[in-house]
Ligand binder design. Sequence first.
Ligand SMILES: NC(=O)c1ccc[n+]([C@@H]2O[C@H](COP(=O)([O-])OP(=O)(O)OC[C@H]3O[C@@H](n4cnc5c(N)ncnc54)[C@H](OP(=O)(O)O)[C@@H]3O)[C@@H](O)[C@H]2O)c1
Length: 280
Amino acid sequence: MEYVTLNNGIKMPVLGYGVYQVSNEECERCVLDAISVGYRSIDTAQAYGNEEAVGNAIKKCGVPREELFITTKVWISNGGYEKAKTSLRESLCKLQSEYIDLVLIHQPFNDYYGTYRAMEEAYKEGWIRAIGVSNFYPDRLVDLCNFVEVKPAVNQVETHVFQQQAQAHEYMVKYGVQHESWGPFAEGRNDFFTNPVLTKIGEKYNKSAAQTALRFLIQSGVVVIPKSTHKERMIQNIDVFDFVLSGEDMEAIQALDEKESLFFSHYDPAMVEMLTGLHQ
Ligand SMILES: NC(=O)c1ccc[n+]([C@@H]2O[C@H](COP(=O)([O-])OP(=O)(O)OC[C@H]3O[C@@H](n4cnc5c(N)ncnc54)[C@H](OP(=O)(O)O)[C@@H]3O)[C@@H](O)[C@H]2O)c1
């Protein structure tokens, strides 16, 4: 596994395993499978409803806790200092750990400065090793970076070959924030896994479109957390460290960028209404 060093000196695997839309029932088996084939970083969230299953897998996997890197995220309804503080303790309990490696604010809504203060406090107390944000587009990220004591270490945003986030990436680099991709396969949208450019480039290296896409992001300085419930795909998705895309390949994949979300805009009020209404 390769690692990046975050702005506070903590090391994070460049590739991890995401458990969004993995049911609580299936999640323990999935995380155990992922760890058994070499994943060391697991990305969950309060809103996914499977922190407890991740915690069970952490307990059972046989890999020392210090070799794992566990991320969770504070949901909107737990926003604000007091609620966030309580929810962080609950997450710690569900994850059955003495500490959490990385906690992110899941969405830039509700009183996220209050949430961030609760996270800063836990960070200073030592039971959260790094703090950051998710879905913070450059305007929100710049604002936050300028008014908090502990700079966010990570920003997890939708990033894949069709939405490469070049401008957002520049701001993250400028403020020392590690860019992390969610949806590295765009959840399969746009016929992702049969894309002719990815497939053709992959053939040169004996790799699939999925592997080529992950390699592209890693070589672009982006941390990835692909999700699959299938063990053979977990094995495929982590097998991306034995080849290097050429400059020409990188340019051809850069040309796939549509510079738009394949999901939704965080600036769409109807979407904000939907998100802020979830898990109330
Ligand atoms: N912060 C946020 O707001 C946010 C939002 C979304 C996601 N995330 C995080 O990012 C992680 C990854 O994103 P995601 O789960 O949304 O989507 P994704 O990783 O882009 O795509 C997952 C989909 O691709 C399929 N797949 C995986 N590997 C494959 C392969 N090698 N060949 C063919 N199909 C393959 C999976 O199917 P099977 O499972 O059936 O194999 C699943 O349908 C999440 O799990 C979560 O941790 C965060």
